[in-house]
Design a protein around this ligand. Structure first.
Ligand code: NAD
Length: 480
């Protein structure tokens, strides 16, 4: 069986303990490769390599670093088909999604930060009659990047690219559930001429190798995307060590639909914002609030469209829904469907596991599920499910929907559908979320700040925010 390897000090290597864990293909439920079960020894080796590389990488001119990162971007682009197939197989997502979203976005992430670092500037503040302050922004040193399974290379590169562009050396850990494209990235970096030790990619379990990264005293900043519970643990561990922390965590996003919206556009976008990537996007709008005037019309049209979504194996070009990422995750989502029924919810469509023909008879497929009749305060409407499950809740007034939208512990994103601009602005200001879309969903400009409030995270990624996070500011005063 194929084994994937760590990428440390510019070479692919086995974990020092020689241990491996199984990697499952979600569409078949079968183990298809083995991944290193790395531990703190591998992290130490990576830190040693990064320490040696840091003076070389951080002293390169910005243009030289930019040049290498542009080559990484081009390297992924030139192997598009290989990356797309690997992402789809490893994660269970339709190949069309990996081809249109995941891998192109990884290409853009490297290109965006490779070029934005050239324009990155710091401030100066003149004090009349006194002197002038100028701010230096230096790379932090060695930083840790830990990413989840839902958008594997997309989110992995979203952290690594700004960290490297700013001159840091990186110890990175992809999710053990979807390690494959991160494994392929090592080769691309090597071909791009990145010096050994600048980017080290270590595979393995969160509570073993992830924990060792978070605890290592020489890793000075942690950029983490994943679940809120894990984020809380990381914060508790890293904060007393005074590490810089960026935490992008869970969500339970409201999708608010007013009577006066553009119905057709809202309907097709809501289909995507509910079920893209099998509902496993932190920005999916899992709580759909519909104003009473169009509730019944929406319900009928939506349920009709949802029940016609094609569920198929990921390499089927016609697939609209692929497999969920793992058996434990499938079971978790199913347990929430059962909970919703216990809480009095009515399933309008979906709710059942799907068994495709061989060789996909044991794949983790689940029908897209729409539920109504639940209180906005019940667990189904408060806890993150992170799967193809949405709830419908009617509302009458703006005040009422705002209260329901803001009722969860989360605050990542929100979508508002209305043609009343004043109302849209009012709600956008009042809604507790780091990202708001009005009459749109998941439109991303990489220059904008990205992140959540409340239990959805601390800090912002994207554009200048990311470059600021991965640098340390030093103010210098010069007397006139
Ligand atoms: P997870 O928290 O289980 O794992 C995320 C990463 O952290 C993995 O690489 C994992 O190995 C690692 N990890 C686990 N325990 C660790 C520990 N003790 N120390 C260090 N690292 C550890 O999350 P997941 O199940 O992979 O991803 C799903 C979650 O991610 C959802 O809650 C989703 O909302 C969230 N998410 C958030 C965003 C965002 O931008 N806010 C984006 C995507 C996903």
């Amino acid at each position: 069986m194929e084994k994937i390897h760590n990428f440390i000090n510019g070479v692919y290597c086995e974990p020092k303990n020689g241990l491996y864990i199984d990697n499952y293909e979600p569409a078949t439920g079968k183990v298809y490769c083995l991944i290193p079960d790395s531990d703190e020894i591998d992290v130490q080796n990576a830190v040693n390599a990064a320490e040696k590389a840091f003076p070389i990488w951080s002293k390169m001119t910005i243009e030289q670093r930019s040049d290498i990162l542009v080559k990484v971007s081009k390297g992924i682009e030139s192997r598009m088909d290989e990356f797309v197939a690997a992402e789809s197989k490893d994660n269970g997502k339709p190949v069309s999604l990996a081809a249109h979203v995941d891998i192109p976005r990884a290409v853009s992430n490297f290109y965006f930060f490779a070029t934005s670092i050239i324009h990155f500037a710091s401030e100066s503040h003149a004090m009349e009659g006194e002197g002038i302050n100028y701010t230096l922004r230096k790379p932090i040193g060695i930083v840790g990047c830990i990413s989840p399974w839902n958008l594997p290379l997309y989110l992995f590169s979203w952290k690594i690219a700004p960290a490297l562009a700013a001159g840091n050396c990186v110890i990175a850990k992809p999710s053990e559930v979807t390690p494959y494209t991160a494994y392929l990235l090592g080769k691309v970096c090597e071909e791009a001429g990145m010096p050994a030790g600048v980017l080290n990619i270590i595979h393995g379990l969160g509570n073993r190798v992830g924990d060792a990264i978070v605890k290592h005293p020489k890793i000075k900043a942690i950029s983490f995307t994943g679940g809120t519970k894990t984020g809380e643990y990381i914060a508790r561990t890293a904060a007393p060590m005074f590490k810089k922390l960026s935490l992008e965590l869970g969500g339970k996003n409201p999708n608010i639909i007013f009577d006066d919206c553009d119905f057709d556009e809202m309907l097709s976008t809501t289909l995507r914002s509910s079920f893209a990537n099998q509902g496993q996007i932190c920005l999916c709008g899992s709580r759909i609030f519909v104003q009473k005037g169009i509730y019944e019309k929406f319900k009928t049209a939506f349920v009709d469209r949802v029940s016609n979504l094609k569920i198929s194996f990921p390499s089927d070009p016609k697939a609209k829904m692929g497999a969920l990422v793992s058996l434990p995750h499938l079971e978790k989502v199913q347990s929430y469907i059962a909970l919703a029924q216990e809480e009095g919810g009515k399933i309008l469509t979906g709710g059942k596991r799907v068994f495709l023909d061989a060789p996909h008879e044991n794949g983790y497929f689940l029908e897209p599920t729409v539920i109504e009749g639940l209180d906005y305060n019940c667990r189904t409407n408060q806890e993150e499910i992170f799967g193809p499950v949405v709830t419908l809740t009617p509302f009458e007034t703006e005040e009422e929907v705002l209260k329901m939208a803001n009722s969860t512990e989360y605050g990542l994103s929100a979508t508002i559908w209305t043609s009343d601009l004043r109302r849209a602005h009012r709600l956008a200001e009042e809604i507790q979320a780091g990202v708001v879309w009005i009459n749109a969903w998941l439109v991303r400009d990489l220059r904008t700040p990205f992140g959540g409030v409340k239990s959805s995270g601390v800090g912002r990624e994207g554009g200048l925010e990311a470059l600021r996070f991965f640098t340390e500011a030093k103010n210098v005063f010069v007397k006139y």
